[in-house]
Design a protein around this ligand. Structure first.
Ligand code: NAD
Length: 471
């Protein structure tokens, strides 16, 4: 083989280990460039600075780059602002829209751009990943390691290797590996600095050594490193999300049985959770999952599994998706029922807009989806969320927004708890009841204590729980 990188997709890790020199052969510290500074990339860039590296974050969005450069994280993520400020002050991190300059500067290039669902199908839109990979490769000024972190359908990295091979300037070498990210919004800083595992897909020995150096901190703490091939690394990430989504839809399906049989799904979930083989996490029956990852990731996997002829996986995920979306209908039905058959001109207080607590992310948020659907049916909806008010207002400007729980509850015919922020689950029902027109609450997250709320005079309804007052 004359130039092994002309068709890098077909090379084995052993071939590459011979071919790729260390990114910083002069012994200087590894320079890390992060492409895409959204929820994943901004956190990753700051975490890399925290681990001691010099970092550039590059994004096509000027306003995001300006905010980050000014020390303002453009989204809510606990703990990220002070770390960003600290590393900006230390001169360890900078942000730019000059993608070519970042590509020319870095030794290790992390791809953290979005992979949203395509508008016309369930498949992932890979145009941002392809564009980032091409830009990096085309502008390299030295041999480099390109590390994919975005969540992609299996087979994407092999295609990107071909794209990269076609773009790398003559005489330079670039290796692409996949290192999927598992961080949770709301716990992103902790998850990035102290991950449960590090998965490295398709690495040569040299690339593995470089990434072990990058992740030396977490590895020293005992974080396991799984070294595997490209397709397995790509599939680990989407399978993890598919499993979590399946667990949520499982308990939501069982909650339907509980309602029909007069059982209580919250007690059932606690009892199930004591079994260490099952575990209690992701067994909260309720409004279901949303956000920028789980829904689009299971749909992309469904699509890819179909393409690959793995129809059973696709059928399973179709059910998971249907059960999940059905939960939004169930909550709407409860609201209509609470308002006596129609929500038209009823005042409804919605507590929660974010897709889950500790984030301001409203992408495919079940809470906001339900609020908008109630508005569409003629209800006067007032939404309060401690962090997601601004992002929600940008997505649904026609809804009314309150600045406190009390303001959202004032004069309502029914209150819906749609995101399980502590502020809502610990709210005082005795103090809130007199503010309402009629004290009715729908707990769509299974986190309120029905007896306490009923004891304070509230009509209480929840998913998978007996509708009748406790005996
Ligand atoms: N958000 C999470 O919790 C999370 C967790 C794990 C994995 N992921 C995955 O990470 C990826 C990014 O997700 P996100 O939530 O950060 O998305 P995001 O939309 O918040 O951020 C993506 C960023 O990429 C930028 N971008 C687009 N094209 C670019 C290009 N060519 N060069 C540089 N920047 C470009 C966008 O302007 C945006 O700022 C997705 O594949 C997602 O599935 C996300």
């Amino acid at each position: 083989m004359n130039d092994p990188f002309l068709n890098a997709a077909e090379l084995s890790a052993a071939d590459l280990s011979e071919a790729v020199p260390a990114p910083a052969p002069d012994g200087s510290p590894i320079r890390i460039a992060v492409f895409g500074t959204g929820y994943l990339g901004a956190t990753h860039a700051v975490a890399m600075a925290e681990l001691g590296f010099e970092v550039w974050g590059a994004d096509t969005d000027q306003s995001k780059v300006d905010a980050l450069a000014a020390g303002k994280v453009p989204f809510y993520e606990p703990g990220l602002d002070p770390l960003l400020a600290q590393h900006l002050d230390a001169g360890r991190i900078r942000f730019t829209t000059d993608l070519a300059a970042a590509a020319a500067w870095g030794d290790v290039h992390f791809i953290c751009v979005g992979t949203p669902q395509q508008k016309t199908s369930h498949a992932a839109n890979l145009s941002y990943v392809e564009s980032a990979a091409t830009t990096i490769a085309r502008n390299l000024t030295k041999d480099a390691l390109i590390v994919g972190k975005s969540t992609v359908p299996v087979g994407t990295a092999a295609r990107l290797r071909e794209l990269i091979a076609a773009e790398v300037p003559a005489g330079l070498r670039a290796e692409l590996v996949w290192n999927p990210e598992f961080l949770r919004e709301g716990k992103a800083v902790q998850d990035t600095l102290h991950p449960d595992r590090i998965v490295l897909g398709g690495t040569s020995a040299q690339a593995e050594a470089t990434l072990r150096e990058v992740y030396a901190g977490p590895i020293a703490e005992g974080t396991p490193v799984v070294v595997t091939d490209l397709p397995t690394a790509e599939l680990v990430k989407v399978s993890a999300n598919a499993f979590l989504a399946t667990k949520i839809s499982f308990i939501n399906a069982i909650s339907g049985v509980c309602e029909a049989a007069g059982a209580d799904v919250t007690v059932l979930a606690d009892a199930l959770g004591h079994d260490t083989r099952i575990g209690r996490q992701f067994l909260d029956a309720g409004l279901g999952f949303g956000g920028g990852c789980l829904p689009k990731d299971i749909r992309a996997l469904m699509h890819r599994a179909n393409e690959l002829g793995a129809y059973r996986a696709s059928a399973l995920l179709q059910q998971v998706d249907e059960i999940n979306m059905g939960q939004r209908e169930r909550v709407l039905d409860l609201a209509v029922q609470a308002c006596g058959g129609s929500v038209l001109n009823h005042r409804i207080g919605v507590l929660g807009a974010a897709f889950k607590p500790h984030t301001d992310d409203v992408r495919d948020s079940p809470a906001l989806n339900v609020a908008a659907a109630l508005h569409l049916r003629g209800a006067q909806v007032t939404v309060f969320d401690p962090e997601a008010g601004d992002t929600a207002r940008r997505s649904f400007p026609t809804l009314s927004y309150a600045t406190s729980v009390e303001e959202a509850v004032e004069g309502t015919d029914v209150v819906l708890v749609l995101t399980e922020w502590d502020q809502f689950t610990t709210a005082d029902p005795t103090a809130l009841a007199p503010l309402t027109h009629a004290p009715r609450v729908i707990d769509a997250r299974g986190k309120l204590d029905p007896q306490t709320w009923r004891g304070a005079g509230w009509e209480f309804a929840g998913l998978g729980r007996s509708v009748a007052p406790a005996a």
